[in-house]
Ligand binder design. Structure first.
Ligand SMILES: Cc1ncc(COP(=O)(O)O)c(C=O)c1O
Length: 304
């Protein structure tokens, strides 16, 4: 199916085209600990999103119907792929990635399809949207998490369900301490693995995933090690090597930690490849543009 185009008026400034796969990861370094900094400041990004979607009531209603229809179509495709993989559709979670999209569109999907799992990449954007939306939404944080934003994320989003992007011990320790100090219930986390070897991607090397999973499981009492996540190469279509690598990582992690494979989720598959990922055993697919349309970003010089 084709993606719906939900571009709002005034959104001419295209920062980069991202209709197919996640956004290019920035390579600039953050001074304090060397983790790459997000390219787009969270707050300015969402301000622009709000401006872009200041549409008329009929246009907003139409946009809401379009995303709800796209969501239903995605769920039908997920059902078929699950059946092809010998599983029930309830065994595959769909995270609707709503990054850069306004709360009104998320609410449209929530209301008309009953969907409850949504994903965001930026802390500030999630902090703005979560309070505007029902608290039975299960939020997945899927972006690169900076340690100085951990407390804000946990305290501002009580219905944060999972952090899918733990990629080193330092961020795991920050999350663990923050969950403990806020008295939250233990937080589910996935270890992000860089299966494509691309420098631009976050994630621990496949060779380091067992060590990191072990650290989370044994050294972070306030975190629940729940599995592995990967993004994978954007443009491969016939040889899903990166998904195979994640399956291999799961084998090693389960053997080392004495877990059954069902206790170790696989978060893999996005708009371009979610059916293939499900057929290979994914339990969690993260789908953005096929549901919400291409993401829109402000031009750098538009940021005020
Ligand atoms: C980690 C991650 N997963 C999934 C997605 C959704 O990608 P797509 O729009 O191709 O479905 C994104 C988008 O930014 C992402 O960053």
């Amino acid at each position: 199916m084709t993606s719906v185009d939900l571009t709002g008026p005034g959104s001419s400034g295209r920062f980069f085209e991202t209709s197919n796969g996640p956004d290019p990861q920035p390579s600039t370094k953050r001074p304090e600990d060397g983790r790459p900094e997000d390219l787009i400041p969270d707050l300015t990004c969402t301000r622009e999103v709000v401006r872009n979607f200041a549409m008329s009531a009929p246009a907003a209603a139409e946009a809401g119907m379009a995303v709800a229809a796209a969501m239903k179509e995605v769920m039908a495709r997920v059902k078929q792929a699950s059946e092809r993989s010998g599983r029930l559709p309830t065994q595959v979670r769909v995270v609707a990635v709503s990054k850069t999209k306004p709360a009104s569109l998320i609410k449209a999907v929530y209301d008309s399809t009953g969907h409850r799992s949504f994903g965001e990449n930026y802390v500030q954007e999630l902090l703005e949207k979560a309070p505007q939306l029902p608290d039975d939404i299960e939020w997945h944080f899927i972006g690169n998490l900076q340690s100085n934003k951990v407390k804000q994320l946990l305290s501002g989003v009580p219905n944060l369900y999972m952090v899918e992007s733990v990629d080193d011990e330092k961020i795991a320790n920050h999350l663990d301490r923050a969950v403990g100090s806020l008295g939250r219930k233990p937080l589910k986390v996935l270890v992000q693995v860089n299966t494509s070897g691309e420098e631009s991607k976050f994630g621990v090397e496949p060779s380091g995933c067992v060590e990191l999973a072990k650290h989370v499981k044994l050294g972070c009492p306030n975190l629940v090690f729940s599995g592995l996540m990967t993004i994978g190469m954007l443009d491969y279509s016939s040889t899903p090597e990166n998904f195979k690598t994640l399956l291999d990582c799961r084998k090693k992690v389960c053997a080392e930690l004495g877990l059954a494979e069902e206790e170790c989720e696989l978060s893999m598959g996005m708009s371009a490849d979610f059916e293939q990922a499900i057929e290979m055993g994914s339990t969690n697919v993260r789908i953005g543009s096929t549901i919400f349309g291409a993401r829109e970003y402000p031009k750098k010089n538009n940021i005020d």
